[in-house]
Design a protein around this ligand. Structure first.
Ligand SMILES: [Zn+2]
Length: 306
């Protein structure tokens, strides 16, 4: 048996939606006798001090993880090795397109929206040499499939687009899709639990895992937390981070109890929740978390037990 994982990006404080996903990842891993690993995805958008705050909040709600914390910023050698391997196999090519080029090309009637139409796939060496002088290239994967099917505990068999996606950005940073896959393979991750906004990227990632000889993980893409307006929950909604909640007298145990209640689980402890956990009974709709617009007066989120 392999491991599950939680992989936050240290771009700011975790909010209740992030903490809920972390608890779900822990429940899925522990209920299937897997390890649970913590990986900091800090290749991009990392803010000073955010990692420490996030790990402290995860510990405060009672989560434990196995082994050392892995940081993507410390693994550039691993990504370079993987890229070298793909390049040696003839599976990478340079792309000189701007965002606008891609938007225009992929809005053509025959193109799937948001996918790369393969503009640079068959450039001649002379064309590439000319373009290199104009802008730095991103590197894309030369794929041989149009779709790939993954297995998701909540969504069943999910088939999605696999286009020639970017694996090395034109600023030299490994792309998210590459780093995630290389890390999951290297860490023996065979269960990926994360927000369902990432469902559509799972087929690309599973396809790439296969290229490295790995069996794609089992996925569970869980519903996100939304605010009253139906938008993804954010810190600016107020009373959504443990820090904000502490200011209004709500501690981490009470926040955890509310998260567990939203999952239909008993809220006294994570071990009680684990004993009652059944993926088949999880809510399939987003968790709408309503905070009080007059929060400065009352402080507490609407619906909070007083
Ligand atoms: Zn291109």
């Amino acid at each position: 048996m392999g491991s599950g994982r939680f992989a936050p990006s240290p771009s700011g404080e975790l909010h209740l939606g992030n903490l809920r996903t972390a608890i779900l990842a822990w429940l899925f891993a522990r209920s299937t006798s897997r390890g649970f690993l913590m990986r900091v995805e800090d290749l991009d958008r990392a803010r000073a001090g955010a990692e420490e705050l996030q790990l402290a909040d995860l510990a405060a709600i009672g989560l434990t993880w196995d082994g050392e914390i892995v940081r993507q910023s410390e693994r550039s050698g691993l990504y370079a090795e993987a890229l070298g391997d793909l390049r040696a196999r003839g599976l990478l090519y340079e792309c000189f397109c701007t965002r606008r080029d891609i938007a225009e090309a992929s809005s053509a009637p025959h193109a799937a929206p948001g996918t790369y139409p393969g503009t640079c796939r068959d450039l001649t060496e002379a064309e590439r040499a000319a373009k290199r002088g104009l802008r730095p290239a991103a590197w894309r994967l030369r794929t041989e499939a149009e779709t790939f099917t993954v297995t998701d505990v909540l969504h069943g068999q999910y088939t999605g687009v696999v286009d020639d996606f970017v694996v090395l950005r034109n600023d030299g940073v490994p792309a998210y899709n590459l780093a995630v896959v290389i890390d999951d393979v290297a860490q023996g991750i065979d269960q990926v639990v994360r927000g369902d906004d990432l469902l559509s990227s799972a087929p690309r990632q599973a396809y790439l895992a296969r290229l490295f000889g790995a069996e794609p993980p089992v996925y569970a893409h869980v519903p996100l937390a939304l605010n009253a307006a139906g938008k993804r929950l954010a810190k600016r909604d107020g009373s959504v981070t443990l820090g904000q909640l502490a200011h209004v007298g709500i501690d981490a145990a009470a926040a955890r109890a509310m998260i567990l209640a939203s999952l239909g689980l008993p809220g006294d402890s994570l071990s009680a929740a684990l004993a009652a956990f059944d993926p088949a009974l999880l809510p399939t709709q987003p968790w709408v978390f309503t905070t009080d617009p007059g929060a400065h007066a009352s402080g507490k989120p609407i619906g909070w037990p007083s």
